[in-house]
Design a protein. Structure first.
Lengths: 230, 190
């Protein structure tokens, strides 16, 4: 989906603010939200990491930019728990009101009533056994898919319809675009593809930069070597 | 009320519901916080880097198959399914980002700093990495290639920084103390 999460190359965010913090969690609620993702796993509301990432992508886009990392996770875990029927938005809102919370505060979660629990993983983790040979070898020239996809995908918009070179092969993994939606693991080969700055950003590119992305085979098609594409 | 406290309220509201349903306990939360605050962090990656500096055989194994190479450290909480370590040299400087979410090599670096997860770093690192590095105080020769690793799948990346000058003869432990988290993300030199 063309979501707010797809930030690569977006302009206008200003300098990186290096607010170094000594601990992983600055406040208790951040650790609580982190732990809730495990609770969501244990009750079946969350089945795999791709589903979780997509639940983050589906939160309110304004909240995505303003609520911080664990605010995004809170929206995602609430999406999943409500969609699975474990808790209701009304019950959460009721508790917030009891605690004196502001009813006007932007809620990050936007649970989709059409969604519910998905099938469990066949095994832990995302690496899978290879079922066939990879289509591409190291050094092969490839072009990425040109059009956006609905739902979850791991091809960032800035790298769509761009030509690059296979730098490394990483064997076979579940395909996030399918797995996030419970449409099957669809194991596929994964590659590191390198792109020149000029290919991605044109003449405005900084000199001598190379961007490496890990891309799944369905995002890629072969480009004949010796073509005019750079 | 500030946004943070409203978020804390909503998180606590959800927490109370999950506790009542028996899906979560205060002890679970306390253990998680203690674990990630105390036991997982960049001190793990620093040990890996220091060993690579003193042990050429290990360095070779690390750059060839980092997942296998770090197994000998027996880190806990390693949610890294495949680790790739990329080496900085006089001609190549590496840096790591995740533009789509905030993927980060937890097993060796712990949970990421706030700026790594914020829009500015995620948006700019792939488009103007040299400008970002300059803000972090990294001065590079214009001929040095900047190689940015956007962690878009389950492979996790860590940078092997160049060993600082005047560190000859230092023990592995003393060298580990010189290695910063930012150097292993690739936004600092040592």
């Amino acid at each position: 989906m063309d979501g707010i999460h797809d930030l690569g190359g977006k302009q206008g965010f200003g300098p990186v603010l290096r607010d170094d913090q000594p601990r992983a969690f600055q406040q208790r609620w951040e650790g609580a939200v982190f732990t809730m993702t495990r609770a969501a796993r244990s009750c079946g509301a969350l089945q795999n990491t791709d589903q979780f990432r997509h639940a983050v992508e589906r939160i309110d886009p304004i909240a995505y930019l303003t609520h911080g990392y664990y605010g995004r996770w809170l929206g995602a875990v609430e999406n999943l728990l409500v969609e699975a029927g474990v808790v209701s938005t009304a019950a959460i809102n009721g508790r917030v009101a009891e605690r004196g919370g502001d009813a006007e505060f932007l809620i990050a979660a936007r649970p989709d009533p059409a969604l519910g629990p998905i099938a469990a993983e066949t095994e832990a983790g995302a690496a899978r056994k290879s079922i066939r040979d990879p289509l591409f070898k190291v050094g092969a020239r490839v072009r990425t898919a040109a059009t956006p996809k609905p739902g979850h995908t791991r091809l960032p918009a800035y790298a769509r319809n761009r030509s690059g070179r296979i730098r490394a092969l990483h064997d076979t993994w579940v395909f996030p675009d399918s797995n996030a939606h419970g449409h099957g693991e669809a194991p596929t080969h994964l590659y590191t593809v390198e792109f020149s700055g000029e290919e991605l950003w044109g003449e405005e590119s900084e000199p001598s930069i190379v961007i490496c992305l890990d891309l799944f085979e369905p995002y890629l098609c072969a480009v004949a070597d010796g073509s005019s594409e750079s | 009320m500030s946004e943070i406290s409203q978020q804390a309220l909503r998180a606590e509201a959800l927490e109370s519901l999950l506790v009542e349903k028996g899906l979560l306990s205060e002890a679970d939360i306390d253990q998680t916080i203690e674990f990630y605050n105390e036991r997982v962090g960049p001190m793990n990656g620093a040990r890996v880097v220091a060993r690579a500096w003193v042990d050429a055989g290990f360095r070779e194994r690390l750059l060839t198959d980092a997942t296998a190479a770090i197994a000998e450290f027996e880190f806990v909480g390693g949610e890294v399914q495949k680790l790739v370590v990329v080496e900085n040299t006089d001609s190549v400087h590496n840096m790591v980002v995740c533009t789509l979410c905030s993927c980060y090599p937890w097993a060796v670096l712990g949970l990421p700093p706030k700026w790594y997860k914020d829009p500015a770093y995620r948006s700019r690192s792939v488009r103007e990495p040299r400008a970002v590095l300059q803000e972090f105080g990294v001065e590079l020769d214009p001929r040095t290639e900047v190689r940015v690793w956007d962690s878009s799948a389950e492979v996790r990346y860590m940078v092997l920084p160049q060993r600082p000058a005047r560190s000859e003869g230092a023990s592995e432990e003393a060298l580990a103390a010189l290695v910063s988290r930012d150097a292993m993300i690739g936004v600092a030199k040592l």
